[in-house]
Design a binder for this molecule. Structure first.
Ligand SMILES: [Zn+2]
Length: 279
């Protein structure tokens, strides 16, 4: 996969209609009539959050890094009542949670605790070292005091839970491995799967606290079984719309990684071209 920042805007994102954003921090793309991707391309993580709009409610899947207000971006796209749901609790996906009162979380104590506590690590400023940023940081943002504010979790959800936003049905798939409560959202209407950090083009981290490679393989195999029901995937980093063939590529890559793990020490990275796997 081509390297940030030379690769931005990425070719696949350029094919999408871009919507003007309020801040210069987000790049907003239309996935379809009722779905938007909110990218943060000027940070090396290139996080992508997604907004689903139904006839009665809207759901924001992840809230990004919390550098500028994602709420004001979302409110410019919809006036519907907002639900926030996170793909998992890593800092780059929950940064804007504090702006919302209706935050749903998957039923997992470890991840809910992280969301409720926030992240006040003294090392967080390192995320904004010059080498990780390719634009001027927004005025009012202080990287030295950067932290993740606590989330107010208002509802717990379960695997296979169905959410109806009003003529807009979504289903939750629990896909642990990258983290214990990683989830994906399947959108039947548009045949899309929003994969969070369970699958994205780029370096896939399966060597983090809470990661489990064997469990991850089961999740990828499970998602691969949805292949025929899908047209595209919408991942949590780098690109907002990618081929469903990534499901097969990841499944095959995991089998390859699994076959060589016993002969190798931990903490290795294997490059598969459009993505790599760290384990
Ligand atoms: Zn993550």
């Amino acid at each position: 996969m081509s390297k940030w920042p030379d690769a931005i805007p990425r070719e696949s994102n350029k094919n999408l209609e871009e919507i003007e954003s309020i801040s210069n921090w987000f790049a907003i793309y239309r996935i379809n009539k009722d779905t938007f991707a909110l990218l943060e391309p000027f940070h090396i993580e290139e996080v992508v959050s997604y907004l689903f709009i139904g006839e009665e409610q809207a759901l924001l899947f992840d809230t990004g890094m919390g550098v500028v207000s994602i709420k004001q971006e979302v409110e410019a796209l919809t006036e519907k009542e907002l639900i926030v749901l996170n793909s998992h609790s890593h800092y780059d996906h929950v940064g804007g949670n504090y702006e919302f009162t209706n935050v749903w979380a998957f039923n997992n104590d470890w991840e809910i605790k992280r969301m409720k506590n926030g992240d006040y690590s003294q090392k967080r400023f390192k995320n904004f070292e010059d080498s990780n940023i390719c634009t001027d940081l927004p005025s009012g943002f202080d990287k030295n005091s950067y932290h993740i504010k606590p989330s107010v979790v208002s509802k717990i959800i379960k695997d296979q839970e169905r959410i109806d936003l009003g003529n807009r049905k979504l289903i939750i798939h629990h896909t642990p491995g990258h983290s214990p409560a990683s989830i994906c959202i399947q959108d039947y209407q548009y045949k899309l799967l929003f994969t969070g950090d369970t699958l994205y083009p780029g370096e896939m981290y399966l060597d983090l606290e809470g990661s489990d490679f064997d469990i991850y393989i089961k999740s990828i195999n499970y998602l691969n079984d949805l292949y025929e029901e899908l047209l595209f995937l919408c991942p949590g980093h780098n690109e907002a719309l990618i081929s469903r063939d990534y499901l097969r590529d990841f499944k095959n890559a995991c089998e390859k990684v699994k076959s060589i793990i016993p002969q190798n020490p931990p903490h290795r990275n294997i490059d598969f071209g459009n993505f790599s796997i760290s384990f």
